[in-house]
Design a protein around this ligand. Sequence first.
Ligand code: AMP
Length: 314
Amino acid sequence: MTTLSLLTPSGRLTLGNLLGALRPMSERQDDAYYGLSDLHALTTPHDPALLRERVAEMATLMLAVGLDRATLFRQSRVPAHAELAYLLECTAYTGELNRMIQFKEKGRGVDSTRVSLFTYPVLMAADILLYRPSVVPVGADQRQHVELTRDLAIRFNNTYGPVFTVPEIATPPAGARVMDLAYPTRKMSKSADAAGSVFLLDPPDVVRRKVARAVTDSDTGPDAVRAGAAKPGVTNLLEILAACGGSAEGITTYGALKKAVTETVIAELEPIQKRYAELAADPAYVESVFAAGAARCREVTAPVLAAASAAIGL
Ligand code: AMP
C-alpha cells in the first residue's frame, strides 16, 4: 500500500517530529514516498537563504533517522506537483477554500496574506492525488484538507473522466503528542521559540538546560510525579520518558524525573546526531539520494498528470 508523507521545512525538526512522525515513518518504508514540501514553506514570509539551510538540514536528518529505504524527494524537484495543483485550482471553488479552518485562522482578511496560503490545500490535494494512495492517514488538523482532496478528485472525475483514485481517510491511532516544555498545553512546534522545543540537533547541554527549565507543577507531595489532566507538564515529561524507552519507576521528585528525561532524550538523540555529522560531511551524497528519489517521483507521477491534462482538454 502506498504511503505518502510530506514535511514542511518551516523550522527545525523537534523531538515531537521524531516521536510523532519520523519514527512511525521509519517503520513503514516499503512503497513509501517521503517528501520535503519546500513549496509549502513559501506560503508565509520566508528568507531564501534560511529556507535552503533548513531544507539541507531536514534532508540530512531524514537520512540520519534511517528513512533510507523510502523514496525521498523535494516537492519542488517534481514539477508535476505544481502543474497538477493548477489543474485542480481550475476545479476548486473559492468558496470551499475560504472555509478552510487553517486559512481562516492564519490569513483570511489580512491584506498581505500570500495567495499561496489560500491555495495551499489545492497543492496538498495534488501532492496526494499524484501518488494514488488508497488511504491517507491524517491527524485532526489536516483532516479538512484531505476531505477537500476527496471532493476535488470526485468533482474532477465526474466532470472530465475517471482520472484520480479517491483516497479514504484514516485516523491513525493517537500517536505520541509531545508538548512544549515551557507551555505544556501546546504542541512542541518546530517553528515555536526555542525555549520549550527540543530540536533533534540540540547538543546535550542544551537538552539538559531545556529539560531543567521545563514546567512541572507546584504540588510536591509524595505522589507528585504522576500523569493527569491537571499536571500537563509532568504528564508530558512522563510521556517523553516512556516514548524514548525510559522508565519512571521509583522516581518521586521532579528533579529525579527531569534527570531521567534528560539522560533518556540525550541517549535517544546521540546516534541520530552522530549519523547526521557523518552525512553532513558529505552533502553530495544526501543530494544524490534526494535527486534519485525525485527522478523516481517524476516517473510515477507523470502518467497521472498526463491523464489529468488530457481529460481537462489540454
Ligand atoms: P509539523 O511539524 O507540524 O509540520 O508536523 C510534521 C509532522 O510531525 C506531522 O506528522 C505531525 O503530526 C508531527 N508532529 C509535529 N509536532 C509534533 C509533536 N509535538 N508531537 C507529535 N508529533 C508531532
